[in-house]
Write a protein that binds this ligand. Structure first.
Ligand SMILES: Nc1nc2c(ncn2[C@@H]2O[C@H](COP(=O)(O)OP(=O)(O)OP(=O)(O)O)[C@@H](O)[C@H]2O)c(=O)[nH]1
Ligand SMILES: [Mg+2]
Length: 445
């Protein structure tokens, strides 16, 4: 953690040309950087227009400077922002000048990491900063803002408070015996049930948040030549994959992201499944099988009267949706969706677009997100894992509350449940976890 003492600097705007470019500096040496480059230390939080100068008083650029003394800054430390012209040469010259002044280049996410370590925001909020920057849709951006402004953390805190007060009550009764039964045992069970409900509802929101962040993974599989690559291209509205009437055109898997009504999906086109001796095609088929097992949803595509020979989709883990393509060739077949207990199938024509709307509607239904729904906040798999574990400990505490002699076990389970919730907001973390989280950020954030 000695690295925390360094004064760090980075270009905070994206590379390339732009009207304005921003360099951010944070740490105890910041005021000195300001005095060296600007000739003065700016008044706190007041924008001043200055020349940014080299050691021998040559002007590198002119622009605005803003000084935020700690702890009232993004990182909690002294922070200086230099707003210059957004050209990569001028920005890099200015950064080089800053780095001569006993500062070092910030690592990805290091400003946010310091904000977290200095208690300016919790871990969920810090992660939301990255999610907001990377959000690929309006819905994702809105959910990131909800987490960033503390909605997610607030719900976790409320649940934590509930568990803490239960734990205190239980510990207060631990020295009693079963005979001294003025203990409100039923109310304990009730409180646990309430906490479990609260946990489930946060979990549900978080799951939707993960979907908004990462997208639903879909694989298109089926025999060769049925129109899998054509479907990928149609959903992407882009001729991404090669389409020919030769069976076995696609060899490698091809993965792309697309949105339906602002909900992200990650779709993979695969090599057609058939028995083959061609080693290249065989390798393609191996990849298809792997992709199929990892997808949340597998689109099993065929043409009507297809033999589906050599195709086994029985052991797929995720859900399946059957697509029967090329109905344009059979005038008697209409675009329809059939839902039965065993399977859902859609008759469509990728070529004419018939039935594609049915497919999109079904995909949205599978995602299970109401577009425009309030309350979804951006979340990550690690939050889901922690919430699930916390739920398990809560559940385990309940039966222990039937007898005073088991109260210590109940208290221990509640403690573990709390610890899991604390991992989400960052109360309990390891350096490894922090490294993992913040290294995924961009430089300058
Ligand atoms: N008539 C008709 N032809 C289609 C339709 N969809 C795709 N095709 C044609 O079917 C042929 C095969 O399409 P692809 O998308 O390459 O099929 P694929 O399943 O990816 O094939 P492989 O990569 O070989 O496994 C091409 O000639 C497409 O133009 C459709 O809805 N109707
Ligand atoms: Mg193909």
């Amino acid at each position: 953690m000695s690295e925390m003492k360094d004064t760090i600097a980075a270009i905070a705007t994206p590379p390339g040309s732009g009207g304005v470019g921003l360099i951010r500096i944070s740490g105890s040496g910041t005021a000195q950087v300001a005095r060296s480059i600007l000739g003065i230390q700016p008044e706190p939080r007041k924008a001043i227009y200055r020349s940014f100068k080299t050691d021998d008083q040559q002007t590198i650029d002119q622009g605005l400077a803003l000084f935020f003394p700690g702890p009232d800054s993004f990182t909690g430390e002294d922070v200086l922002e230099l707003h210059g012209h957004g050209g990569s040469i001028v920005m890099n010259r200015l950064l080089k000048r800053v780095l001569e002044l006993d500062t070092r280049q910030a690592k990805p996410g290091e400003f946010s990491e310091r904000a977290f370590l200095n208690g300016k925001m919790d871990l969920v909020q810090a992660e939301a900063v990255a999610d907001l920057i990377n959000s690929a849709s309006e819905e994702a951006a809105k959910s990131a803002i909800r987490s960033l402004t503390g909605e997610f953390s607030h719900q976790i805190d409320q649940l934590k408070e509930k568990i803490i007060s239960m734990r205190m009550l239980i510990e207060a009764h631990m020295d009693f015996t079963d005979e001294e039964l003025d203990i409100p045992i039923e109310s304990f069970s009730l409180s646990i049930k309430e906490a479990l409900d609260q946990n489930s509802s946060i979990l549900e929101n978080a799951r939707q948040g993960v979907v908004l962040n990462e997208g639903i993974s879909i694989a298109i599989v089926g025999p060769p030549n049925v129109g899998k690559s054509s479907l990928l291209n149609s959903l992407l509205q882009n001729d991404r994959a090669i389409v020919t009437d030769i069976a076995g055109t696609t060899r490698d898997t091809l993965t792309e992201k697309f949105l339906i009504e602002s909900i992200p999906f990650v779709i993979t086109d695969t090599a057609g499944l058939r028995n083959t001796t061609d080693p290249v095609e065989q390798e393609g088929i191996n990849r298809t099988n792997k992709t199929m097992q990892q997808a949340d949803l597998v689109l099993v595509m065929s043409e009507q009267h297809d033999s589906m020979e050599g195709i086994s989709v029985e052991n797929i883990n995720g859900q399946k949706l059957y697509l029967i393509n090329k109905i344009d060739r059979e005038p008697s077949v209409a675009a329809t969706i059939n839902k039965s207990k065993e399977r859902t199938e859609i008759f469509l024509s990728v070529k004419t677009g018939l039935g594609l709307e049915l497919l999109k509607k079904e995909l949205l239904e599978f995602a299970g997100i109401e577009t425009g729904a309030e309350g979804i906040f951006t979340a990550r798999q690690r939050h889901i894992d922690a919430l699930e574990k916390s739920y398990e400990y809560l559940e385990a505490a309940e039966p222990c509350l039937k007898r005073v002699s088991n109260f210590d076990l109940a208290a221990e389970n509640l403690r573990l449940s709390l610890e899991k919730l604390g991992e989400i907001t960052g109360e309990f973390t390891t350096e490894d976890l922090l490294g993992e989280i913040f290294s995924g950020f961009c430089i300058g954030k």
